[in-house]
Design a protein around this ligand. Structure first.
Ligand code: PMP
Length: 285
């Protein structure tokens, strides 16, 4: 991704894509002191843009990475990048991190906090799984307890677990992995939340130790508007067998039906398709 034409916003200025570099002794490279956002623009408008900027500031705050920009300044930076790269439908990545400074130890309070925004065209996250249903591996890696890390932040450090789970999944021919949480309840996929259908009602894991995704919250509102009951609760692994449909929600994933999780099969059913379609319409309204 580093060798292409275009502009990236870094610390208040647009720089050439190939020049958007940082030094090797950047604190974040060694200690994962960074937080980020993933957003999608449709028809030139970033869906729930302010919520993403607010979540970035929240994440920074949770991880003791005070981001030196306001929501309005972050909003302006994102649209500046979209414009500079002539993007209309795009994925927008905002990253804030501890830079290099006087110290190279774990403590880094005096190191400057930096921010960058990049954007590019990015099609369907799971490719043709949107039509056929994605195949998910069951990961051995678990979402950690809220006592071990600020688990509601979109923190880069948390993604090591996701990367390991997803590599394992891809090695088995799956497009993603479902992870349990530290107590053994069904949690989420590596970059998306999960929904299940049984007897006309929806069941979704209670987000008490992982990201309560913006797409997840949007999906719940859409379901409730359609008069469908949504149960946010702890889901046991043995319940997977009884669910009829399943789908993933996330900014990149949008709404993607799931056809298989380990040995459990799901129908790419009417509700999954309907919610996927409704979401596609909503983001372009
Ligand atoms: N969980 C994880 C681990 C994620 O990376 C994402 C994507 N940000 C989500 C859930 C879904 O969040 P959102 O709908 O806000 O993109």
């Amino acid at each position: 991704y580093d060798n292409r034409d275009g502009k990236i916003w870094m610390d208040g200025q647009l720089v050439d894509w190939r020049d958007a570099n940082v030094h090797l002794l950047t604190h974040a490279m060694h200690y994962a002191s960074s937080v980020f956002e993933g957003e999608r623009a449709y028809n030139g408008k970033i869906f729930e843009s302010r919520l993403h900027s607010e979540r970035l500031l929240f994440s920074g705050n949770e991880l003791d990475i005070p981001i030196p920009y306001t929501v309005d300044e972050i909003e302006a930076a994102k649209y500046e990048v979209m414009k500079a790269n002539n993007l209309v439908d795009a994925y927008v990545r905002v990253l804030a991190w501890r830079g290099s400074g006087q110290d190279m130890g774990v403590a880094s309070a005096s190191n400057p906090v930096r921010m960058a925004v990049a954007a590019w065209e990015w099609g369907a996250y799971y490719g043709d799984a949107k039509m056929k249903g994605a195949k998910l591996d069951i990961s051995k890696w678990k979402r950690p307890s809220p006592e071990t890390i600020p688990c509601f932040a979109k923190a880069s450090g948390l993604y090591m677990i996701c990367t390991m789970a997803k590599h394992q999944a891809e090695a088995k021919g799956c497009s993603d992995a479902m992870m349990f949480d530290h107590r053994g309840y069904v949690a989420e996929a590596t970059g998306a939340n999960m929904f299940f259908v049984k007897d006309g009602e929806v069941h979704t894991p209670k987000p008490d130790c992982f990201l309560n995704g913006i797409t997840r919250q949007t999906t719940i509102k859409m379901l409730e508007r359609k008069g469908i009951t949504v149960n946010e609760r702890h889901i046991m692994p043995e319940e997977l067998e009884g669910f009829e449909q399943c789908w993933l929600t996330g900014t990149a994933a949008e709404v993607t039906p799931v056809g298989q999780i380990g040995d459990y099969n799901f129908e790419v059913g009417a509700m999954a398709r309907d919610i996927a379609e409704s979401y596609e319409k909503l983001v372009r309204e």
